[in-house]
Design a protein around this ligand. Structure first.
Ligand SMILES: [Zn+2]
Length: 265
């Protein structure tokens, strides 16, 4: 059984979501964890997790989506959502993004710090986003003791050194489709221990791809798993088993909830 640790299925229409989850199940995907990107998106993600058993949720405000400084009401909304719904099993998606045109860093820092604190208070693993901001991201995670709850560096595309730093902090490396096109990432995956890897698709609507069949969906976890097996010179089944165990370890504080909703376990 494969587990998609990071999707944005809340961005699809309700009809699409049901079909995507059906196709995922056929590909052997046991469940998905949807990341909130705003308070509104977190609310929708939580609502969807109440509709579909294989749909779990994170809550969080993405650094790209901080259109004005976050205030106490926002933090309380995220925290209350997570407390009200047991299928909220991670704090996601939070982090720092230094790409040109991104929100003011003076807004991003307090948002990241405060959301790490919410995660620690609620004992939720942290799924973090970092773009051109790895140094500061790792520093903030250390300063705010994010390692106490652990989590994942999502959509990892960094160097071997950065991967080792993430692992040293007690976080997992999440591998997605860039594994097919980035030679340096293939090398990183071949060198880091299998026990530190989880996978994701980051699935979201991709209207720029004309052929709907080519939009990334959780079912693409299958080729990602096969690629990891090839790079690590392992058989696919062993990789699948390891990825499952890693995700179970990542979610150990929440695994009783997972078992309750995914009866195959
Ligand atoms: Zn994402």
């Amino acid at each position: 059984m494969l587990i998609d640790t990071h999707v944005h299925l809340d961005s699809f229409s309700d009809d699409e979501i049901a079909a995507i989850l059906d196709r995922s199940r056929e590909a052997g995907v046991g469940f998905v964890i949807c990341a909130g990107t705003t308070v509104a998106s977190s609310i929708r993600s939580v609502a969807l997790s109440r509709m579909y058993s294989s749909f779990f949720s994170g809550v969080g405000v993405h650094p790209m989506d901080i259109t004005e400084p976050l205030v106490e009401v926002d933090y309380k909304a995220l925290s209350d959502l997570a407390k009200a719904e047991e299928k909220v099993i991670v704090m996601s998606e939070i982090g720092l993004d230094y790409m040109d045109g991104m929100p003011d860093r003076a807004w991003q820092f307090p948002a990241f710090r405060e959301q790490i604190n919410i995660a620690r208070n609620l004992n939720l693993p942290i799924v973090f986003h970092s773009r051109e901001a790895h140094k500061d991201c790792f520093r903030v995670l250390r300063e705010e003791k994010g390692y106490e709850v652990g989590g994942v560096m999502h959509y990892f595309q960094g160097s071997l050194e950065e991967a080792k730093e993430v692992i040293d902090m007690g976080f997992y490396i999440s591998i997605a489709r860039p594994i097919f096109r980035l030679p340096h990432l293939q090398e990183v995956v071949s060198k880091i221990p299998m026990e530190n890897i989880v996978i994701e698709t980051d699935s979201a609507p991709q209207p720029f791809k004309k052929n709907r069949d080519n939009w990334t969906e959780p079912r693409y976890l299958r080729p990602i798993t096969e690629k990891i097996a090839e790079l690590k010179e392992m058989d696919v089944m062993s990789v699948e088993t390891a990825l499952f165990q890693n995700t179970k370890n990542l979610l150990s504080s929440q695994w009783d909830v997972v078992e309750k909703y995914v009866p195959e376990f």
